[in-house]
Design a protein around this ligand. Structure first.
Ligand code: UDP
Length: 238
């Protein structure tokens, strides 16, 4: 049992979050900081699975626009998520957290293949599981992967760590009067096309009644606070 409202959650970290202030790639300081957030919550008994994107390295859509066949570009994007997953595994292990990477595209010399029951078992044994290579299929995103794995792992919530502390009615970086929602329902997110997660991810979470909690990864201790119900965030539910 964890000290929090939830015993098991899935945390989606965008590739961009690992970039820190860099233009591209993996900022080891930022990766270590996020790993520390995860380690703190893990120490309080929370079972955590991670899905990491790859926007800091490679995005299928942009590469397709540049002339690489879409499906091939997407496979390249999925491979890039494996690099981020390994960087995060290393950072978590430096915090003393046992971690397993499971890839939806099997690559046994690097990490485990994705096996649902095995992933659950890892978490029960106190290991953090990082799901790499997205869904293993092109034309999807790591947001959809996060929703899929959250449902498969029977997580209590899907946490989306972003650059801002929740969902706003307009871009808070452009509009100083932008208003943050404390709660939202799935339908409003879909109808108003609020750019939180893609529609497939939101729909999957609605069907499985799993709340989506959007919070900032930039506040030190933010993950713990949000998990304790004290942090600033937006909760999307029915
Ligand atoms: N991708 C994919 N299938 C998946 C997940 C990801 O093809 O199930 C590819 C897609 O090309 C995507 C890239 O991997 O652009 C990186 O993922 P994403 O853009 O979701 O990363 P994020 O925006 O979270 O950093």
């Amino acid at each position: 049992m964890s000290e929090y409202k939830y015993d098991r959650v899935l945390l989606k970290i965008s590739g961009e979050a690992l970039m820190g202030d860099q233009e591209y790639g993996i900022d080891t300081k930022m990766t270590a900081r996020i790993a520390k957030e995860v380690a703190e919550a893990h120490a309080k008994g929370l079972q955590i699975a991670l899905v990491i994107g790859a926007g800091n390295i490679f995005r299928g859509l942009s590469a397709a626009a540049g002339g690489i066949e879409r499906a091939t570009a997407d496979y390249m994007g999925m491979l890039a998520t494996v690099m981020n997953a390994l960087a995060m595994q290393s950072a978590l292990e430096q915090q003393g957290v046992d971690t397993r990477v499971q890839s939806a595209i099997p690559m046994q010399t690097v990490c485990e293949p994705y096996i649902r029951r095995r992933a659950v078992r890892h978490m029960e044994k106190g290991r953090v599981v990082i799901f790499a290579a997205g869904t293993g299929s092109p034309y999807f995103t790591t947001d959809t992967t996060a929703a899929l794995r959250a449902a498969e792992m029977e997580c209590g919530a899907l946490l989306k760590g972003t650059q801002v502390d929740g969902v706003y009615d307009s871009d808070p970086n452009k509009n100083p009067n932008a208003k943050r929602y404390d709660t939202l329902n799935y339908q409003k997110v879909l109808t108003d096309d609020l750019k939180v997660m893609d529609a497939a991810a939101v729909t999957l979470m609605r069907e499985n009644n799993i709340p989506i909690i959007v919070f900032s990864l930039h506040e030190t201790g933010g993950f713990d606070k949000v998990m304790s119900g004290k942090g600033t965030c937006t909760t999307i539910q029915t």
